[in-house]
Write a protein that binds this ligand. Structure first.
Ligand code: ATP
Ligand code: MG
Length: 434
């Protein structure tokens, strides 16, 4: 790499910051003024710097302050309409501005890992300490915002790694200290089309062999799994986790095949259709992906695999129940030629997760049935209501449900087309209204 002059570097950094949306630039301007006034160094760090270099939008801005970050954040939050959540123990603050813009402010810190996979001890530190505690070189760059004279701080070669497409941790103990970085790396690799450096591959292999993943708490493990599913294309990240031996290290039976990856893509399509139609009960997508993943392993080991992904208790039970329901529904819907009322009955009782999964599960007949349900059957209602039944003099009780179901059935099968039809039907079969 050439070493451009200081002046030239400044121009480059200004160009970089110039890529930010106008509002974020204003915010950086305000952060600079305040930094100068309070005489503290302020840096834009991590994700936003990486995303600027990649010309990608970054929703949140992360600032690191060398010194009292909390006092600085409070002063920055003085602008009217700003909401600030302060975490004194961590020296961090999350600001949400009047127009919804988000800004995280942290105090520069140094971390020390006493035990592998446990949370670190935290001390105040320099900007170098703060960058050195980070996961990958591409996430360990900073742009100085204050004092004056913008500068890109790239102490570990993040820029070159981004250009060459490599993910690289900052030191050999990194994955051992914090194995969640393996998941983080796989997400970045998928999202930005990068690959782990050869050294990183070796480090990951060693750490997996030491069973370090098994030391993570369930909560931390599952949070990482969920983050994978929150990516735009989780199947890409999962494939990388599989290639790196991570899935197998979690559970030897956790093998995801092409079919499951394809199903994840179709789940996403189904889910987007659902959303476009404005169907209100769209479940979180990560949950449906998780069902696909669990379905791809043999039924008898599913619960164990779920546990090895960090699940337990009622949430795991709920997934297991859904998987059993799925098998039953799929069988029923594959029969074809289901009566409309039966289809309505079955799918009304299925969770939205399962409807999406059924739609995405491949079999044409099943997909058609779900479509038919969504487009035609789900919204069908009889014209008469319980109120009407009461007016007609039916004694209140469980028969109401039965009568209304019969009306619904008639509607769906096209035998009943109007309120008058329904009244006539009641008179014929139930003797009221007289
Ligand atoms: P994303 O777009 O996924 O939010 P990000 O880089 O902003 O990407 P965050 O999880 O928001 O990622 O974390 C912010 C920054 O904090 C990262 O860029 C990284 O520098 C640092 N970081 C987060 N988690 C870790 C970790 N487990 N180990 C080391 N550094 C971390
Ligand atoms: Mg972030």
């Amino acid at each position: 790499m050439r070493h451009p002059t200081r002046k030239r570097r400044q121009v480059l950094v200004q160009k970089l910051l110039g890529r930010l949306p106008h509002r974020q630039q204003e915010l950086i301007g305000a952060a600079r003024v305040l930094g100068n006034r309070r005489r503290v160094s302020v840096y834009l760090v991590g994700g936003p710097v990486r995303d600027l270099i990649l010309r990608r939008a970054s929703a949140d801005l992360d600032l690191t302050v060398v010194g009292d970050g909390i006092a600085y954040a409070k002063a920055l939050a003085a602008e009217p309409g700003t909401r600030a959540t302060i975490h004194p123990r961590f020296g961090t603050a999350a600001l949400i501005l009047r127009d919804g813009l988000r800004l995280d402010v942290a105090t520069a810190r140094r971390e020390r890992y006493v035990h592998p996979a446990a949370l670190p001890q935290v001390f105040p530190g320099t900007i170098r300490d703060d960058l050195f505690r980070r996961d990958f070189t591409i996430n360990a760059m900073a742009v100085r915002v204050a004092p004056k004279g913008e500068e890109l701080l790239d102490l570990f070669g993040g820029l070159t790694d981004l250009k060459r497409g490599f993910l690289r941790v900052l030191h050999d103990e990194s994955y051992r200290d914090d194995p969640t970085r393996i998941f983080r790396g796989s997400r970045y690799a998928a999202r930005y089309r990068l690959r782990f450096s050869p050294r990183d591959r070796r480090l990951i292999r060693n750490v997996l062999a030491e069973k370090v993943l098994q030391r993570l708490s369930r909560e931390r493990l599952f949070r990482e799994v969920k983050r994978v599913f929150d990516e735009a294309t989780p199947e890409a990240a999962l494939r990388i986790l599989q290639d790196r031996g991570v899935l197998k290290a979690l559970d030897p039976a956790l093998v995801v095949d092409q079919g499951a990856f394809a199903q994840m893509r179709s789940v996403r399509r189904a889910w987007q259709r659902y959303n476009r139609r404005g169907i209100s009960s769209t479940p979180p997508l990560w949950r449906v992906y998780l069902l696909v993943l669990l379905r791809s392993v043999p039924a008898r080991v599913r619960r164990r695999v779920g546990e090895h992904l960090g699940l337990k208790g009622p949430p795991l039970d709920a997934l297991m129940t859904e998987l059993r329901d799925f098998a039953f529904l799929q069988e029923q819907l594959e029969e074809g030629s289901l009566r409309a009322s039966r289809l309505r009955y079955l799918l009304d009782r299925a969770s939205a997760d399962l409807r999406i999964l059924l739609w995405a599960s491949g079999a044409r007949r099943v997909r058609h049935s779900v479509e038919r349900y969504l487009t035609r059957l789900a919204s069908v209602r009889p014209a008469l209501t319980g109120q009407d039944l009461k007016k007609f003099g039916f004694p209140p009780g469980p028969t109401y449900r039965r009568i209304l179901d019969r009306l619904l059935e008639g509607r769906m099968e096209g035998r009943l087309k109007s309120r008058e039809d329904e009244v006539a039907f009641l008179r014929r079969h139930f003797g009221r209204p007289r």
